[in-house]
Design a protein around this ligand. Structure first.
Ligand code: IVH
Length: 695
């Protein structure tokens, strides 16, 4: 809060000057809060409080239209639509900067050596002080303030003449519209408008949802937003700003600040409310420049915004003047680039890859390019939708991005480079790994292989699922063992598990005879199972435990399920068209049927019976909640028994609960049951109920 004004005290008697004073106080307060929020990243009031004061200002301004000024916080997003962008001649040209792409050491040393030579220094002279800054990957902007008010914002253009984008720049909350008192009467702040990566991703996501154009990278998105004719559009594209220099400046009436160094100037800009990057620091001599290049390069992918290098600037403004310019580049600054994270190359073909879960990913085979520090020959295209949306075809020149350890991706097609007709990419109908049908479900972006446990690409995942506790419950068959077994090619399909012998297990690294015997015993034990467990273990898409139980209850025998039509499947409780189709597709694959047959041949069995023989559904329509530890039955066993009798087993107690079965250490669920008057049973009571003589 500003020192001298108390916004929350009772209103003083109204006189003529009152609204103007009040308006100023409200604006100062809002500007201060906005600066804390947008620039310092340190919100000091709840959003609701900001909104309340904002509305108060809006109301006051509405009552006094003559007091509305363009620098009021209320005027940031009320944008006029322009016919075109007007040219602006820069009073001080916006220069470009010499670029070094050499290695860390040679790039920085070459610059330092050049500066020393130009200044006529010898080895005996002390090291030069520099300011090292990130090189932001956005677009250069010149902000002109007259008497502390933002009057014009212009793009760089050709360096001499840029474009007037004031209406759009006003929407950027990080850019102050007014400056504190005492700033020079004329001040041009130069810096970079950019878009944070998270904001960019969110924007593209939104554009995608609304069927709008997506952007290839944050820089393009920022440039597009800045050059909009309608600032209402810009206001919806979250832009940010970093100050890194000055254009024209006149000293203030009182003599104004005369800066001695670049660093001091940046600190002053910061104190006036401009965002200055936290990484900016003083570096002495070439060695520290090299260190800075390394340090920022290492944290590059962790920064919330894109940079394409670092900039070194001689710190002393006097030395800057001594060094001067060469054509349109200052001799006192250099940009030292990092390897590009984006580069153009040609797509030579499109293959598909099958993931652990059966997801089919189209992958572009590229003419090899050096990007993000490595040679890249493949890049993901994500899925068929992305290919269509981006309009990617074989032979196209595309932009490939590789940031850090992230998988390289094709971000977009360079327009106008296609020569002649190229057919659209089509998803293969059969999985390239196992030959099973490839399908895409309604409402899903990804295609999938239906091979499941038969597909080599999905083998490890399928085996782990098969062995899981709630499936076949094969103790000791975990991640590491499955990796070893599959990698050594000992296990190719699920039935191979039951063909494992002591010799092949002991042959594995770090497998003692005792553990091998335990695994074999666990496998042997797992052969006696139940139909729901077996069905669940097969890993049919969308068939979880509950559906497996429903299917088993409905059909009674596996063969009936394997041969059921979609229509018959739809008759099962909770089975809809998506699940029915998934089950159908799974059992239509001859190799999946083969796997089931072989498992049976290996001795996997479960009690089966015609539907009529299933347990009487004495608890049909009842909902039961289990809580606490029962004396003899495990939670799973109790659940199975209740469900077999037709009950629904729920996780929480409500008025609709029919019974709560409580064991030892039952907690809040028991209390709730008592409150609601729901009958509570112990294990014996439950068994009595199941036998048909209960409550
Ligand atoms: S100083 C006279 N500092 O790089 C030197 N430029 O050609 C003027 N850039 O498009 C530029 N980060 O927008 C400077 N920390 C930084 C920068 C930076 C990015 C951009 C600038 C311009 C290009 C310079």
């Amino acid at each position: 809060m500003t020192e001298s004004l108390d916004l929350f005290s009772a209103p003083a008697p109204v006189d003529k000057a009152q609204p103007a004073i009040k308006i100023k106080a409200l604006r100062d307060q809002l500007n201060q809060w906005a600066h804390q929020y947008y620039v310092l990243d340190e919100p000091t009031v709840p959003d609701a409080e900001y909104d309340r004061v904002f509305r108060e200002l809006q109301a006051l301004e509405a009552a006094h239209p003559d007091l509305v000024t363009p620098d009021s916080p209320t005027q940031r997003v009320i944008g006029a639509v322009m016919d075109g962008l007007a040219p602006v001649r820069h009073t001080v040209p916006m220069l470009s900067i010499h670029t070094e792409t050499d290695t860390e050491a040679t790039g920085a040393q070459a610059f330092d050596a050049r500066v020393r030579r130009e200044l006529g220094l010898t080895d005996a002279d002390p090291a030069i002080e520099y300011v090292a800054e990130p090189k932001f990957d956005g677009l250069a902007m010149s902000l002109r303030y007259e008497n502390g008010r933002l009057v014009q914002a212009a793009t760089r253009g050709d360096g001499e003449v840029g474009e007037d984008v004031t209406h759009n720049i006003r929407t950027i909350r990080q850019i102050p519209l007014t400056l504190p008192e005492g700033v020079p009467p004329l001040l041009e702040v130069r810096g970079e408008v950019y878009m944070r990566r998270a904001d960019f991703d969110a924007l593209n996501e939104r554009q995608r949802e609304q069927g709008g154009k997506t952007f290839v990278n944050p820089r393009n998105a920022a440039a597009g937003a800045v050059r909009q004719l309608d600032s209402n559009i810009t206001a919806q594209r979250p832009l940010s700003f970093f100050a890194y220099g000055l254009g024209a400046i006149t000293p203030s009436a009182e003599g104004g600040p005369v800066f001695r160094t670049h660093y001091e100037m940046l600190q002053t800009l910061k104190s006036w409310g401009f965002p200055v990057a936290a990484q900016v620091q003083i570096a002495v001599g070439a060695t520290e420049l090299v260190a800075f290049h390394q340090q920022v390069g290492a944290s590059r992918d962790a920064l919330p915004y894109d940079i394409d290098g670092v900039v070194y600037k001689v710190n002393s403004l006097q030395l800057q003047r001594d060094l001067g310019f060469k054509t349109r580049e200052p001799r006192w600054a250099v940009a030292h680039k990092y390897p590009a994270q984006e580069i153009a190359t040609k797509i030579e073909g499109i293959d598909v890859q099958v993931g652990r879960t059966g997801k089919i990913t189209p992958v572009a085979r590229l003419a090899p390019v050096f990007v993000g520090g490595v040679t890249v020959t493949n890049a993901t295209l994500h899925n068929l939708f992305e290919i269509r949306k981006k309009g990617v075809r074989v032979g196209d020149t595309v932009i490939v991005r590789r940031a850090g350890d992230v998988i390289p991706e094709v971000v977009g097609v360079m327009p106008g480079k296609r020569t002649g007709y190229v057919p659209n990419f089509r998803m293969p109908a059969a999985c390239p790994v196992c030959g099973s049908a490839v399908v895409r479900e309604k409402g899903e972006a990804n295609h999938r292989c239906t091979g499941g446990l038969f597909c080599a690409a999905q083998r490890k995942e399928a085996i782990l699922h098969f062995a899981a506790r709630r499936a076949m419950d094969i103790e000791g068959l975990g991640d590491k063992l499955v990796d070893q077994l599959v990698d050594a090619n000992v296990i190719r399909t699920l039935p191979d598990l039951y063909r494992l012998g002591l010799t092949s297990l002991i042959a594995l690294e770090r497998m003692a005879e005792k553990s091998a015997q335990n695994v074999l015993a666990a496998l042997e034990k797992s052969k006696q199972t139940t139909l729901p467990r077996f069905l669940f273990a097969l890993g049919i898409r969308h068939v979880g435990e509950a559906t497996a139980k429903d299917l088993a209850r409905h059909f009674g025998v596996l063969d009936a399920i394997m041969d059921a039509t979609e229509e018959q499947l739809l008759a099962v409780n909770d089975v809809g068209p998506i699940v029915a189709k998934a089950i159908r597709t799974f059992f239509e694959q001859p190799h999946n049927r083969e796997v089931v047959e072989q498992l049976r041949a290996c001795g996997v069995t479960w009690p089966e019976g015609p539907v009529a023989e299933r347990a009487p559904q004495i608890l049909a329509g009842k909902t039961v909640v289990l809580t606490g530890t029962l004396p003899t039955l495990s939670r799973d066993a109790a659940k199975d028994m209740l469900e077999a009798a037709g009950a629904k087993v729920a996780g929480s107690v409500s008025k609709k609960t029919s019974y709560v079965v409580a064991g030892e250490e039952a907690g809040s669920k028991l209390v709730k049951a008592q409150e609601l008057g729901v009958p509570v049973l112990d294990e014996a009571g439950m068994l009595e109920l199941l036998s048909g003589q209960g409550v």
